[in-house]
Design a protein around this ligand. Structure first.
Ligand SMILES: [Zn+2]
Length: 315
């Protein structure tokens, strides 16, 4: 008798246990399936149970992209995975790991591009002269070529300059540079020049002289105007003095902290208005003008500035 009762109770307890277990499994299944985005099972479980997720997540998703700037996070795989959906500049093949970073692509002696990349990129650019009547002082490339979006913003910027300085004109000295462009001390070796991106121009108002020399900065209101205003049009002072390690400290020498070893008051680079605002206002540099190199590292987009690596797995 007592055996039968115990047996019946055991069956009831077991039944209830299995029912609860079933409900939990179904609930978990529904939760995992409903997690949005491309995640592994481990990551989905972490999201469902809130492991390692902080409350600022919603806020981060509203940023242009959700790379965190804390030094502790720069090594984490998740930072690389949360890259913005930037459109690559080109499909031209290159081993440069920043090739998918769109307007944030980094080219310098440690992040080089191959000749095929440079040649393909040329065919994708527009002529500033033909499209906007912006003249080039030095026709090293036969014409002044630039990325279409950058060109549109450059035209707006130079129009704004003209409004502030009636009767004067900012001209391009040179924008895109192709393989083997020879311009003396102002040219980086083929493969290492920011000008290969089609996003950079050297600029000057001939009213103040056409010699590109940082020591004449005080006598160049044009360069001072660019430094103050260019970010509103998506352009940055690509080689600011604070990151140069001294005037005209050539050759370019990028260190692991983001110093470039270069100071050029005429070289401006398009990155887009949001990123340019971050960089010019020093969002990741204590309110002081940033270098593109330092900015990319601070946002976890570049891992090692000396060896040209973007992610932990590449180092
Ligand atoms: Zn330049």
């Amino acid at each position: 008798m007592s055996f039968r009762i115990n047996n019946a109770i055991s069956k009831v307890v077991l039944g209830v246990f299995l029912a609860i277990l079933g409900i939990i499994i179904v609930w978990l299944g529904v939760k995992i399936v409903s997690v949005e985005g491309d995640h592994s099972l481990d990551e989905k479980l972490a999201i469902v149970f809130g492991w390692g997720i902080n409350e600022t997540n919603d806020e981060i998703e509203t940023e242009p992209f959700s790379v965190l700037n804390e030094p502790d996070n720069t090594d984490k795989k998740s930072n690389v995975q949360s890259m913005p959906e930037l459109t690559p500049l080109t499909n031209a093949p290159t081993a440069n790991c920043t090739a998918n970073y769109g307007s944030l692509m980094l080219v310098n002696p440690n992040f080089v591009v191959e000749e095929d990349f440079i040649a393909t990129r040329r065919n994708e650019l527009i002529s500033l002269n033909a499209t906007y009547g912006i003249r080039e002082l030095n026709a090293w490339n036969g014409d002044n070529l630039i990325d279409a979006e950058a060109g549109e913003h450059l035209n707006e910027m130079l129009t704004a300059y003209k409004a502030d300085y009636p009767g004067q004109e900012m001209q391009t000295v040179s924008c895109y540079r192709e393989v083997g462009t020879n311009c003396g001390r102002l040219c980086m070796p083929t493969g290492a020049s920011d000008h290969h991106t089609g996003l950079a121009c050297d600029l000057v108002d001939a009213t103040y002289g056409t010699s590109l020399d940082t020591s004449t900065y005080e006598a160049h209101p044009d360069w001072q105007w660019l430094r103050e205003n260019s970010y509103k049009y998506g352009f940055i002072d690509r080689f600011p003095e604070d990151w140069a390690g001294g005037p005209m400290s050539e050759p370019m020498n990028v260190d692991e902290n983001g110093s470039t070893g270069l100071f050029e008051t005429w070289h401006y680079r398009y990155v887009g208005v949001d990123f340019a605002t971050d960089i010019a206002t020093g969002k990741y540099n204590d309110g002081k003008y940033d270098s593109l190199e330092h900015y990319l590292k601070a946002r976890g987009l570049v891992k090692d500035l000396k060896t040209g690596k973007c992610a932990e797995k590449d180092v």
